[in-house]
Design a protein around this ligand. Sequence first.
Ligand SMILES: Nc1ncnc2c1ncn2[C@@H]1O[C@H](COP(=O)(O)OP(=O)(O)O)[C@@H](O)[C@H]1O
Ligand SMILES: [Mg+2]
Length: 359
Amino acid sequence: MAAITYRNASCIYEGSDKLAVDSLNLDIADGEFVVLVGPSGSGKSTALRMLAGLEDIDEGAIEIGGKDMTGVPSKDRDIAMVFQNYALYPTKTVAENMGFALKLRGVPADERRRKVEEAAKLLDLEPFLDRKPAKLSGGQRQRVAMGRAIVREPQVFCMDEPLSNLDAKLRVQTRTQIAALQRRLGTTTVYVTHDQVEAMTMGDRVAVLRNGKLQQFASPSELYDKPVNEFVAGFIGSPAMNLVKLPVVADGVQVSESSTLELEREQLTRLNGLPEVTIGIRPEQLEIVDSGGIEVVVDLVEDLGSEAYVYTHAGSGSGVELVARCNPRTAPKLAETVRLRKHPDGVVHLFHPQTGARI
Ligand SMILES: Nc1ncnc2c1ncn2[C@@H]1O[C@H](COP(=O)(O)OP(=O)(O)O)[C@@H](O)[C@H]1O
Ligand SMILES: [Mg+2]
C-alpha cells in the first residue's frame, strides 16, 4: 500500500501538438479509492498509464510511496492493472489464470494455491476454480481478472474502465463489489471511467479531467454541491444541471419576458456588475407550483416510475430550456403550461458567462 503523488505530470504523444495530460497534480492518500472521470479523450487512460509506467512522463513526476518513479520500469512499480479487455488464458483454469503471475515470480505451488483460494473466496469464485474461462459468465470473468490482480498483493491497483464490457445490471452489481472489496483490502486504487455515476458511487474522491487538464479533485458530494466550473456542473449529475446564460436584472436574472428568477442579495453583489451570468439549477431542485415562479411549457415528460423528469421551455420561441423532477403521479401533460420554482432549500449556482468559473 502506498500514497501516490502526481506532480505537474505531463504527457505528450509523439506527432501530437497537444498535451494528452497537462500538468496534472494529485495527492492520493494511502488506501484511497480515487476515480479519474471525464469524457472520451480527456486523458484518463494516459494519466493511469503514466502511473503504471506504460507511458513516459515528459514533464513533472509521479511518486509512489514517496519514491520518484522516473526511470522505474513498469514491472518494478508493484502495480496491478485491470483493463476493460481482461484477456484470460482460455486454456488455463480460473485458478491457473489467477495464479499465473505468482508462478512466473517463482512462488511455490502451495503458497500460490493458498493465495488464489483466498482471493477466490473474496470474489465468490470458489466453485469455479477448476473451470475454463469459456464456461463463465461475463461478470465471473471480470472477477477472475480482479482476482489475478488481488493475488499479487500490489501496492496499487490501476483499473481502466474494467466494467465497460458488462451489461447494465451486472455493471451496477460489480461496481458495488469492487468498491466493497477495495475497502476491505485497503489497497490504494486509481480507477478510470467515463461514467459519472460509477465515479460518484465508487470513489472516495473523484478527479474530473477535460482536455488533459484537471478540473476538480474532490469528494462526490463536494463535486455535486460545489462544482468549480460550468463543465463540472454539467458533467456530474443525471439528468444534467440546467445551465443557462441569462441577462442580469435588478433582483435576479431574466428568464423570459414575463419571468425573473430571484437571486439572493449576496449573490447579486458577487456578480459585481456583470450584465449576464450563467445560472445552474439541478432538476431535482426545481418544483412545479401553482403560482409564482417561472411560467414554462412542457415539451416532454420522462416517466421513470419512481420519479419523472419534465422537459420544458420558458417564454416564446425556442426560449430557455429547463428540466424539473416531479412525482410521476402528478406529472403535467405534454404542451401544458405550468410554473417552476426553485425548491426552498435548492441552490442557484452562478458561473462566469465567458470563463465558466464558479462565481
Ligand atoms: N497512442 C497514442 N498516440 C497518440 N495519441 C494518443 C494515443 N493515445 C491517446 N492519444 C490521445 O491522447 C488524448 C488522451 O487520450 P486518452 O488518455 O486515451 O483519453 P481517455 O482515456 O480519457 O479517453 C486524446 O486526445 C487521444 O487522442
Ligand atoms: Mg481511456
